[in-house]
Design a binder for this molecule. Structure first.
Ligand code: SER
Length: 604
């Protein structure tokens, strides 16, 4: 069974059982506290918390997901950064709910459906299946109900095909800073986790406190790649039809060559290029913060591993083309954004080459810090090749030279470096850096700190005001060409041929500040994309939007003097009222390519 058929069978099975097929949402979630979509349930999060679902009580989807939490494990048989998650969902179930048709269901039905699909539709033999159940802890009791249900299908602790695990393995969520969560029961094929069934029974608040949800829900997730690996009887996900064309291409160009067993480097490259293609096709470009940073890191890691196995220059381009071939029918955006994808990858490779060149030069300079000293009472001469950790760190910070590579290169050259001390200093520097920038940390992937979130929300709202002000002062030809926010400033690129005059800059700045003073309300609504566009909301052409979008309007048309000053499709986050922004200042206006101007601005 090809992956195409697996997808269709999964969706078709649940559709027949009264589930509405919902298309994959974007990799860029609407929840501002998470950077990327890491699970199928994210687009449904609110329906687990009581908001009525527009899809009814039952939904099914195949969701594009991107996770860097497992990046270090990528290269083994089954871990990936990009994956497609097959999932069925039930919203607002009461404890005893079950039944056919469109009604919500809970543990009984969820387990029954999963077992039926795995066992009869995908013909995975019972003897290969092991299930796990939440074993209970101080806060949440053992999930005896799931045990009872599994026993009906021949699984029990006694038989050795049901085991109990703790919070770390059999409890899921929430995504972001708060949300639904609960115990899980998981279906394993041998050692590989195949399907995770989450029973959303609790709500976890921002402080980590659990409370029981009035209405319970089911959220399940099964990786399509792992399912393909099992059904296609392969040793790893990389040998399935979702990867083999990429792997073959790596081998044509070098790698370990045909017939040899797959090595970790080849797998990592194949995984990372796939994630990169999907990110770029969603309008993400490499940068040093947030999603852009994740993209840059994936591309640079792929390039680095490519060098390690002697792949030639520009090897990522043909690999990206294979990714596009594999997915063009299922996710047309990878095809329609092909030019963006290929040029972005090529530009990043060139940048990375320059970075390496400069970084290596700097590294060589560092090496010369070594000095000879007399030590101890005997006055023995000793060479200290101590590298200044801060200086090494700066190479990472200013050139984006990968940390892993700095360590490797230092080890190669400065053999006498006091490794322990260096690593300690390095860690401290790294920690400091994590604290001051919203960029680097992998941790960030899961969610951003509250304070940083608020600063970011302010700058997001300021960006909308700036966009609207530019259109009002310069004309409606002004179109957003790009935008970027750090903890310190906003950057906004827009279509305009000529430099702005100082008078124009002043006018734009004044208009934004006037709107801040007016303390306008920032209103959020969720409507269909068509409704949004026909009501005049601005959309950023580089992004691909889901069927339902979030629209932010600034200004209240219901008050006598009121009218909407700005209306844009946007994932947020935003502040509640404009007065929260304080004072807006443009600090730079410059060119950013032919016909594009760039403004940097801060809030003070
Ligand atoms: N949300 C759960 C997961 O990601 C199940 O879909 O594993």
């Amino acid at each position: 069974m090809k992956s195409k058929e697996l997808r269709e069978r999964f969706l078709g099975f649940f559709e027949k059982k009264g589930h509405k097929i919902v298309p994959s949402s974007s990799l860029i979630p609407t929840d501002p506290s998470v950077l990327l979509t890491t699970a199928g349930m994210q687009q449904f999060k609110e329906y687990f918390l009581g908001k009525p679902s527009p899809y009814g009580k039952r939904a099914v989807s195949c969701q594009k997901c991107l996770r860097t939490s497992d990046i270090k494990a990528v290269g083994d048989e089954s871990h990936l950064t990009f994956l497609e998650m097959l999932g069925n969902f039930s919203f607002a179930a009461s404890a005893e709910a079950s039944g056919e048709g469109g009604a919500s269901y809970f543990k009984e039905e969820a387990i029954r459906l999963a077992f039926e699909l795995v066992n009869s539709k995908f013909q995975i033999p019972n003897s290969k299946i092991i299930v796990t159940v939440f074993g209970g802890d101080k806060e949440v009791p053992r999930d005896n109900e799931s045990v009872r249900i599994w026993e009906k299908f021949g699984f029990s602790e006694k038989k050795g095909n049901l085991t109990f695990t703790g919070r770390a393995d059999n409890f899921w969520g929430p995504t972001g800073l708060e949300g639904p969560c609960g115990p899980t029961t998981e279906i394993y094929f041998g050692k590989v986790e195949l399907w995770n069934l989450v029973f959303n029974e609790y709500y976890q608040d921002e402080k980590g406190k659990l409370s029981e949800l009035e209405q319970k829900g089911v959220d399940t997730g099964m990786g399509l790649e792992r399912l393909a690996m099992i059904v296609q009887d392969k040793n790893s996900v990389y040998e399935t039809d979702l990867f083999s064309p990429i792997i073959e291409e790596i081998r044509v160009r070098g790698g370990t060559g045909e017939g040899q067993s797959l090595i970790r480097e080849e797998r990592i490259i194949a995984d990372h290029i796939k994630s990169a293609v999907f990110l770029i096709s969603e309008g993400i470009f490499p940068s040093n913060i947030e999603r852009g940073y994740i993209l840059r890191r994936l591309l640079r890691r792929a390039l680095r591993f490519g060098k390690l196995i002697n792949l030639p220059k520009n090897f990522l381009i043909p690999l990206a083309q294979k990714v596009i071939e594999i997915y063009r029918d299922v996710y047309p955006e990878v095809k329609s954004k092909e030019t963006d994808v290929l040029t972005t990858i090529q530009n990043e490779e060139e940048k990375f080459e320059k970075t390496l060149e400069k970084g290596l030069k700097e590294l060589n300079k560092l090496e010369r810090i070594g000095r000879i000293e007399r030590i101890g009472i005997s006055g023995e001469l000793k060479i200290f090749n101590r590298v200044n950790a801060k200086a090494a760190f700066d190479i990472y910070q200013s050139y984006g030279f990968p940390l892993e590579m700095i360590q490797e290169e230092l080890a190669k050259r400065a053999l006498l470096v006091d490794k322990k001390e260096f690593e300690k200093e390095f860690k401290e520097e790294f920690k400091k850096h994590q604290e001051i920038s919203r960029a680097g940390a992998e941790k960030k992937f899961g969610g951003v700190g509250k304070e940083a979130n608020y600063e970011s929300a302010k700058l997001h709202t300021a960006t909308h005001l700036l966009h609207a002000a530019l259109r009002q002062i310069l004309g409606n030809y002004v179109k957003q060409m790009g935008s970027d926010i750090t903890s310190q400033r906003l950057r906004f690129d827009f279509s305009r041929a000529k430099k702005l005059t100082p008078e124009e800059i002043k006018k734009v700045e004044d208009l934004v500040n006037q709107k801040i003073k007016e303390n306008l309300e920032v209103k959020k609504e969720e409507i269909t994309y068509e409704e949004a566009i026909s009501s005049g909301a601005l959309a950023f052409f580089k992004e691909k939007y889901p069927a339902r979008v979030t629209v932010y309007s600034i200004g209240d048309p219901s008050v006598p003097s009121g009218q909407v000053f700005s209306k844009e499709i946007c994932a947020g986050p935003h502040v509640k009222r404009t007065s929260e922004l304080g004072n807006f200042k443009i600090i730079k206006e410059e060119s950013s390519g032919a016909g594009i101007r760039r403004i940097r601005a801060v809030l003070k």
